[in-house]
Write a protein that binds this ligand. Structure first.
Ligand code: FES
Length: 143
């Protein structure tokens, strides 16, 4: 049975998981895809996504035009993640419940945490700043 990887390998893996965060706002690399369209990794300016009531408690909504998924916890808190696939940069186009599916190669992600549910992607989706303002959901950096 395999044990934990040596400390040096864990450090490398941890560093790899953080890499997409540094790339927020930059164009995602689409070089590894086989026909996927590269897309922005997240809003670089505040984006009004719609009414707060559009995302129910315990639910999620995919905003394809902004490449963002927003979920709401049972306590009402909002979370948002980029929906540019971390595998090869395709825009993720399907949300079922709280599961995101990328049709380029079949990766799946949890819309409430950004975690990978199914490979080939191995890196979680980058979190995007989100807030409620005057009954609206606003993603991206503050104005
Ligand atoms: S780009 Fe390959 S699974 Fe999404």
């Amino acid at each position: 049975m395999p044990g934990r990887p040596p400390a040096s390998r864990r450090a490398v893996l941890r560093g790899a998981a953080l890499t997409p965060l540094a790339g927020l706002g930059l164009t995602a690399c689409g070089g590894g895809g086989d026909g996927g369209r590269a897309a922005s990794a997240g809003p670089t300016a505040p984006v009004d996504l719609g009414a707060e009531s559009d995302v129910p408690k315990g639910g999620a909504k995919l905003f394809r035009d902004a490449n963002v998924v927003v979920s709401r916890a049972q306590d009402g808190g909002l979370k948002a993640y980029s929906t540019v696939c971390t595998h090869a940069g395709c825009p993720i186009s399907k949300l079922s419940g709280t599961k995101l599916t990328c049709f380029c190669h079949g990766s799946e992600f949890d819309a409430t945490t950004g975690e990978v549910l199914h490979e080939p992607a191995t890196v979680p989706l980058p979190e995007v700043a989100v807030r409620a303002e005057d009954g609206r959901i606003v993603a991206g950096p503050s104005a």
